[in-house]
Structures are given as C-alpha cells and as structure tokens.
Write a protein that binds this ligand. Structure first.
Ligand code: ATP
Length: 317
C-alpha cells in the first residue's frame, strides 16, 4: 500500500514489490488508499500484469490517503480483521514517518508485520540517503527555477520562489545550489531578514541582473509571500515577484534515479518481510541496502549539510 503524501517513484516501487513477491512464490494483494482502504477492505489480488507499464508514471496506482480512523483502536481492529480474512501476514508500506508510526502500533496490537519504504519528496527521513521522489521533485523544481531566472534577468527582477518542505529544507538547499540562487530560506536555520537583505543588496550594488531566493514553505518566518513582503518593506525600490511552485513538484514521470531506487527498495522490502524483519524501513546508504528501525527513521533526524549551506553563500558572491 501507499500512504500519506504521494511521491514520484511509488509506482516503480509497487511494481518491484509485486514482482519480487510473485518471484518468491508469495500471494500479493494491493491495498488501495492506505490505511483507509485497509479498514474498508479495499484489497485486490495482484498479478504481474497489474504493474505493467507503470514504472514511468508519477503518482500511485494504489491511491493514497491519510486516515483518522486508523488512529483509533476500533479502526485498527477492523483493518486487522480484513487482513486476517485475506490471509495477509505482513505488508509493505510506502509512505512517511506517520505511516511507520501507525504500522508500529498495529504490529504491537495484532502482530501484523510491516517493512516500510520512505516515499516522500522531502528527503527528511533518517536511514536512507534519498527518499523516493526527492530526485524527481528537485529536477521538476529546477526546471521551473531555470525558466523563472530567464524572465527575472530580462526585467532585473528579484524572485522569491517557494518550494515544498513543511519541516525540511532539503529541496530548497539542492535547488538553491543547482539553480544558482542568491540565498535560501529554510526551517532548519534561523532566518535573519536583515542579513538576507544585505546579501541581496550587495548583489544589487554589483549590478546583478536578477536575484532568486528559494524559500522552503515551512520556514519559521513564513512562506515566499511573507519573506518577500518583509524584504520589500525595507527596500521598496526592488521589483519583487513571488512564485509558488506547489504541487507540480509532487507529480511527473520519475527520474531514472527514482525508478531505480523504487525498484531496489521494493525488492528489499519484500525480501525483508520474507526474512522475518518487522518495524523497519528499507533504505539505501552509500549504495547499500540497509534496514533502519521505524523508531529511528523519523523526521527531524536528518541533518542539513552545513558545507552545502556555506556553498550557497559563497556561490552567491
Ligand atoms: P507524509 O510524509 O507525506 O506526510 P506520512 O506517512 O508521514 O507521509 P501521515 O498523514 O503523517 O503521513 O501518516 C499517514 C497515516 O498513518 C495517518 O493518516 C494515520 O492513519 C496513520 N498514523 C500516523 N500516526 C499514527 C499513530 N500514532 N497511530 C496510528 N496511526 C497513525
């Protein structure tokens, strides 16, 4: 099943889960709409052809959802009864840390085992170098940022571009470096508006023809509109514009990296279940498959690389 927010590469992972399961002689069921579908008994037996022609598609053929009912003991009991009825002993959950927390509670109550795959564009889970969908999301964002740069340069404008990242600045950091941004604004570091203005002002005085500030949506000072307003208040001679990239970052055909990552992690998750692993997330670190306990694979444990932060500053000279 896929659960929580969708991300590109989930289909590649579903395909790998189904085919690795069948290859190992297992019966495989798809659960639609995450824990909601588990409670509603929205299951279907999956054969190899169900996952034909999906490796290149964004989104998730199994649909995804958040489930309030799964947060309640009654909801989880119904989910367990549905699984039991189908003879399902373990499942692969492609989702984020909330999904893994739910699976941990569920295993404790009913003994149904779960191996997880981190499917989120935010890249903020500990236990894998990259989460599924991150690479596609940053490539989608950089494509948009390059286009914004063209128009910004033509008009000598300053753009505040908001990228996704409610709690994490990884998308902003990567796209900031790759897009040649003058500055990035992320939740992991305290945002000093005066310092931001002085950075931009320095560039302006040197007759830079444009400026781009990448803002992670979850910055503590607000999103791109708020940051732009704060800058504009002090320097109203700036011709500023705001662009919020939004959900386009979650869609689109997965990159080669995400297709391969999804395929590898899907295979690893099934092999993990067969080996009797439970409450662990399959991840890839230094090109090796590793299993990390759900308890450790939570948000906020992944540290921002300080050298990368410094790089933004140096390259904005
Ligand atoms: P994303 O990173 O995209 O937000 P996520 O997996 O973290 O993905 P959540 O909405 O946090 O998304 O969690 C998915 C679902 O997991 C929730 O809707 C809920 O059904 C279930 N869940 C989360 N936490 C718990 C919990 N403590 N107990 C039971 N179920 C939970």
């Amino acid at each position: 099943m896929t659960s929580g927010g969708d991300s590109p590469g989930m289909n590649a992972c579903i395909r790998a889960v189904v085919r690795t399961g069948l290859y190992n002689g297992l019966e495989v069921y798809g659960i639609r709409r995450g824990y909601e579908g588990m409670i509603d008994g929205d299951f279907f037996k999956m054969e190899s052809y169900h996952v034909s022609n999906i490796i290149q598609r964004g989104g998730t053929i199994l649909k995804t959802a958040r489930s309030q009912r799964f947060m309640t003991p009654e909801g989880r009991k119904t989910a367990f009864e549905n699984l039991k009825q189908h003879g399902i002993e373990g499942f692969v959950a492609i989702g984020g840390d909330g999904t893994f927390r739910g699976a941990t509670v569920f295993e404790k109550e009913f003994g149904i085992t779960c191996v997880g795959v981190a499917g989120t564009i935010d890249n903020d889970l500990f236990g894998t170098d990259f989460t599924l969908g991150f690479d596609t999301a940053i490539n989608t964002a950089i494509d948009a940022i390059d286009k914004i740069r063209d128009t910004a340069m033509s008009h000598n404008r300053m753009f505040f571009v908001e990228v996704m990242g409610r709690d994490a600045g990884f998308i902003a950091l990567s796209t900031g470096i790759a897009g040649g941004a003058e500055a990035i604004v992320i939740p992991e570091t305290e945002t000093n508006i005066d310092y931001l203005i002085s950075t931009l002002e320095r560039g302006w005085l040197r007759q830079k023809s444009s400026a781009i500030v990448i803002v992670a949506e979850g910055d503590e000072r607000g999103g791109a509109f708020e940051i732009a307003k704060l800058v504009k208040e002090k320097f109203d001679h700036y011709d500023t514009r705001v662009s919020v990239l939004g959900h386009i970052q979650r869609g689109g055909n997965p990159t080669v990296r995400d297709r391969i990552l999804g395929s590898r992690l899907g295979m690893a998750a099934v092999e993990g279940l067969i080996e009797g692993r439970k409450n662990v997330m399959a991840g890839q670190i230094n090109d090796e498959i590793v299993f990390t306990p759900f308890a450790n694979a939570t948000k906020h444990h992944m540290q921002i690389n300080k050298q990368m932060l410094q790089l933004v500053e140096i390259l904005a000279l």
